[in-house]
Unconditional design. Sequence first.
Length: 395
Amino acid sequence: MYGPEFTDDLHGFYRRTRAEHGLVAPALLTGDIPVWLVTSYQEILRILRNPELFGRSSYRWNQWPRIPDDWELMFPLIRIPTVLHVEGAEHERRAEVITDVMENVDQVELARMCERAADRVIASFGADGEADLIGQYAQPLALGVMARLMGVPAERIPPLTADFLLGATANPDNAEAGMRCLQALGEITVQDREAPADGLITEMVRHPAGLSDEELVLDLLVFFGAGGLSTGNWIGSALRLMLSGDEFSPSPPGGRISVEQALTEVLWRDPPMHNVVGRWPVRDVEVGGRRIREGDAICLGLAGANEDARLRSGPDAAAMNRAHLAFGHGAHSCPVGAAAIAEVMARTAVETLLDRLPDASLSVPEASLRWRESSWLRNLESLPVTFAPVTPPPG
């Protein structure tokens, strides 16, 4: 699950894998580390609905003795007890904090915040008449809005964003970048305890669950990454659909699809996290006819499972429109509030860009667009566009 054949033809990879191995297949991560790839929609639901049988903690992985310290995928799977990796009552306690603070977010004000942030970002390149809508717009916008929502001091946002993007990329320096993110969030948390700010960090600090500083920092890292990085990927992929004639786009002949259609189509075909490596059986178990040992890593092939034609055809297709697995399912799924926040951010970002730059068009052939190599993230390397230069209004 690496290299050009995997990255450039992800859906072809799923088809070939299913044809050769079925819906549960042996696969290899970078460094030829073995995992089980599950692309069965029903089996993934069964796994997600049974956390007692399929653990979430990466401490359970039986391959750690083989993993080198400089492994390129270390940061996403590193053995630290974030809210993503703890289980049972401990997970419920910490997840409750995130759920509560997200449900308190004013979505109308969030949309205004996103629009103002989008205008600032567009102003930074608008006069140039050209831009990369991934590196110059989608990623910095989403991560910047998440940081402001959290209450991160303005001067700390650029280095925190840069380190997080580096940490999320497959490279030998990602673990070190991840540690810098943790250190920065730790300093911000201590500062917030001493002088409360206006943001979600303060709300988490004050939550009755009484999270320790270590718990807060680890969960803020998840919050920032899941909310910012994934939403940035969602924005970039939706803009690609809006600006291209992708063969899978539901665009009417001669017309442009709606923003809502583009956002939904991305969650089905190219979700921001197309795979999730993160379930480990607590004992030997059978999945899709395969015998999987205790401690083996299971990779949930979300994009592959979403290809099940039965989900989007027939009389129940409209009701199944949100049956995709992009936000997960079960105890470790994205909270309802988190999904709502991501949707507001993504919709506002796409609508604002298209409103401010109505003549934006791809500056390279569509076929030359490339996906960034990753075993789990689905985002373009770049999305270059041209447009009539715009001058920001005074003030």
